[in-house]
Design a protein around this ligand. Structure first.
Ligand SMILES: [Zn+2]
Length: 66
């Protein structure tokens, strides 16, 4: 499963592995640090992920989209 996270500063979509969850990352495009939601939050989205063919999209507030 891939994890897609949107940079809150520049909007770039970052392709991450699940190991990036619950960590702070620097956006490669603009350098801003942002928080990737933790797996507990992400587990709420597993049914969404099923519908999304193995990719889920999260924002820094823990909102999840398929
Ligand atoms: Zn950025």
């Amino acid at each position: 499963m891939k994890l897609l996270a949107g940079c809150p500063n520049c909007g770039r979509t970052l392709h991450l592995s699940l190991s990036a969850a619950d960590r702070r990352l620097a956006c490669p495009a603009c350098g801003r640090m942002f928080k990737v939601p933790n797996l507990e939050d992400l587990q709420k989205a597993l049914s969404v992920a099923d519908a999304a063919k193995g990719e889920i999209y999260v924002d820094e507030n823990g909102n999840v989209y398929g």
